[in-house]
Design a protein. Structure first.
Length: 407
């Protein structure tokens, strides 16, 4: 009787160990059921990262080829500037995409690091469970199963005991298969994390190279503008050329103002936009300095005193340009002089103009709010470096922007 009770206890202990381990590995077993799918997913992620690396390595801008292509248009400065600005826009777009990719990869690496940590924790739980099972089997050995069969009272009782033994053996096989599969999953997690880190470094390097390409083209344009200005036969001709450029700007702006005024005539007085007298937001929050003030100044290229109709805010390329105040966009376009520019109507014949942008984020007719991001700083048009030229017009004439800017 005592021996039979001892055998029954052994069976219960064995079954208890199985159930206890199963409960302890509840999340492990669930995760293991998904292991094959997870392994395929990880392999797909690794292949995707490898493709991203190849694309990054082959997608960089060939500045030498661009410069060679631009040589033919140098005879006409306006054509040269317009063509080069198109290349600058393309590179700036690529640079923005790379910076966004860097941020995305940093977030993905954080997620994949947590995945790896969880996978290693699960693998450790599986290892401990297997170790306990192996220890139990070593201590009991085959004598447990032999005693169970010998103590069987009947053929049916023996079959029941055989079912117990089969259940334990099946569990051991399943446990081993899961451990092997999860070991493969952990290895893939590590490989995937390493691939993502390599993609991140490639993206950072590509962004750095594209930024260098952007600056190289801006410098080339600066040199060409200075060269063309120096090649003009006389200073008087250079001044006339500059004045013609400014006249073209003013003609464009005046035409826009006239169009808006005509549209306003069609509206009832109570529907027309009114400027409420509030102070403007700084349109280039990333500006490092005012490179040129409003008013008379020594022109940097012509070396003569000329009137400067706005504030030049030196700022990093691609940094945000904000709407200075609530208003309606009456122009979002490109001109050879102003580059990519935006003009906003604030009501009561008050307008703001934003020139030389690398990218425009709003279109004509859009309603914008004070502080809204409308464009990005650049060096398009007749510009010799990244900056925002910010102008304010009232009743058809330029006025000092500082009269409307707080601080």
């Amino acid at each position: 009787m005592m021996k039979r009770w001892k055998n029954m206890v052994c069976v219960l202990v064995c079954l208890g160990l199985v159930l206890g381990i199963a409960r302890k590995c509840e999340t492990t077993v669930y995760a293991s059921e998904l292991t094959n799918e997870s392994i395929k997913k990880k392999e797909a992620e690794i292949n995707k990262a490898k493709e991203e690396k190849k694309a990054l390595q082959s997608g960089l801008t060939d500045v030498k080829a661009l410069k060679k292509k631009l040589e033919a248009s140098k005879a006409d400065l306006a054509s040269y500037v317009a063509e080069l600005d198109a290349d600058l826009n393309s590179i700036q777009t690529k640079l923005n995409e790379l910076k966004a990719m860097v941020e995305e990869k940093e977030e993905e690496i954080e997620v994949k690091t947590k995945e790896l940590e969880e996978a290693i924790d699960t693998q450790q739980v599986q290892y401990e469970a297997m170790k306990n099972r192996i220890k139990f089997m070593y201590e009991k050995g085959d004598t447990l199963f032999l005693e169970l069969f010998l103590e069987a009272k009947s053929f049916g009782d023996m079959l029941n005991k055989a079912d117990y033994i089969e259940m334990l053996s099946s569990y051991d096989r399943k446990m081993l298969d899961e451990y092997v599969a999860y070991a493969e999953y952990v290895a893939l997690c590590k490989e995937g994390l390493e691939e993502e880190r390599e993609v991140l470094e490639e993206a950072r390097a590509a962004a750095k190279e594209e930024e260098a390409s952007l600056n190289e083209l801006i410098a080339a344009k600066e040199q060409e503008i200075y060269r063309v200005s120096g090649d003009i036969q006389s200073q008087e001709a250079a001044i006339k050329e500059y004045e013609a450029s400014i006249a073209a700007e003013n003609e464009t702006i005046a035409a826009l103002e006239a169009a808006v005024a005509e549209e306003k005539k069609k509206l009832a007085a109570e529907q027309a936009r009114k400027y409420d007298g509030g102070m403007f937001a700084w349109p280039a929050p990333s500006y490092t300095r005012i490179s040129d003030e409003y008013g008379n100044r020594l022109h940097p290229v012509l070396n003569v005193t000329k009137f400067h109709n706005g504030l030049d805010m030196a700022a990093p390329g691609g940094s945000p340009i904000l709407a200075a105040y609530d208003g309606t966009v009456v122009a979002a376009a490109y001109s050879g002089s102003m580059g990519n520019y935006i003009m906003i109507d604030h009501g009561d014949s008050l307008y703001t103009i934003y020139m030389h942008a690398s990218a425009l984020y709003v279109s004509k007719g859009a309603e914008v709010s004070k502080g809204q991001k409308i464009a990005a700083v650049g060096s398009t048009g007749r510009s010799t470096g990244n900056h925002l030229h910010f102008g304010v017009r009232l009743n058809g004439s330029y006025v000092n922007p500082r009269n409307y800017l707080g601080g």
